[in-house]
Design a protein around this ligand. Structure first.
Ligand code: NDP
Length: 248
């Protein structure tokens, strides 16, 4: 596997699930990491573990991707040696609610749109200009199979992931002449805290989501991210769709 020593990787939503697995796998390839999320204790603990285990540099930064001023300040206040981010993994995201659209809650809609669409845009807006200037870089967006095919009561979450797919395709057209790669990694069901968050802590309801199939693990998805991130310079992996074997 390619060694990413000297590369800087920024991962949003690294405090659990897919983002955390990506951090662990990038650390194994000796990349230096900026790991962000709102739960500071979690990313600080992860940073400690990865620093000790892999002898890499890790910068944990508390960041809520929904607030553009915070995102801007996050980038502006990075120490200069951390500003040249080579790989951006736009992973922070969530679903809220599981209702017919006419029963949906406005605050759930806003939270999903603000995190999954606007958050991805905000982070990309502050990080990508230095990639454009340096004519190198890789943006990896975590989409979903929900961005390809709606499912009942997925409505607004589905719409946000259709938007992520649209943005990945659009980003690529905007930056391909600048030597920047853009990839969308689109998983089906992955066993993470995602369903617990969706059902606001209702563990019973969350675990029923996986009835009848063996879900993907966060590592399965992180493996796809790493595959995309380690192709030769002239190869862009546009999209990877991966699902549990038994998911229709
Ligand atoms: P988790 O709930 O385990 O992880 C979500 C991560 O996003 C957490 O680290 C969380 O950190 C972070 N996050 C949420 N809101 C914000 C915010 N406002 N600002 C910053 N970070 C935020 O779920 P997954 O690992 O499953 O989710 C990761 C991505 O994968 C999401 O984009 C999701 O849509 C996508 N996905 C998940 C699937 C699944 O079945 N699990 C299937 C397809 C796609 P914190 O709360 O500490 O801020």
């Amino acid at each position: 596997m390619q060694n990413l020593e000297g590369k800087i990787v920024l991962i949003t939503g690294a405090s659990s699930g897919i983002g955390q697995s990506c951090a662990i796998k990038f650390a194994e390839l000796n990349a230096n990491l900026i790991i962000t999320a709102r739960r500071k204790d979690r990313i600080e603990n992860l940073a400690d573990v990865l620093f000790k285990r892999n002898k890499i540099k890790v910068l944990p930064v508390k960041l809520d991707v929904r607030n553009f001023e915070d995102v801007k300040k996050f980038y502006e206040t990075l120490p200069s040696e951390w500003k040249k981010i080579d790989i951006l993994v736009n992973n922070a995201g969530l679903a809220r609610g599981f209702d017919k659209f006419y029963d949906g809650k406005i605050e759930d809609w806003n939270e999903m749109i603000d995190t999954n669409i606007k958050g991805l845009l905000y982070v990309s807006k502050v990080v990508v200009p230095q990639m454009v200037e340096r004519e190198t870089g890789h943006i990896i967006n975590i989409g979903s199979t929900a961005g390809h095919e709606p499912y009942p009561m997925g409505n607004v979450y589905v719409a946000t992931k259709f938007a992520v797919k649209a943005l990945s395709q659009s980003f690529r057209l905007d930056v391909l002449e600048k030597g920047i790669k853009v990839t969308s990694i689109d998983p089906g069901m992955v066993q993470t805290e995602f369903s617990k968050v969706r059902f606001r802590g209702d563990e019973d309801r969350a675990s029923k989501v996986y009835d009848g199939l063996q879900p993907l693990t966060p590592d399965d998805v992180a493996d796809a991210v790493i595959f995309a991130a380690t192709r030769p310079k002239h190869v862009n992996i546009n999209q990877i769709i991966l699902t549990p074997l038994a998911q229709a």
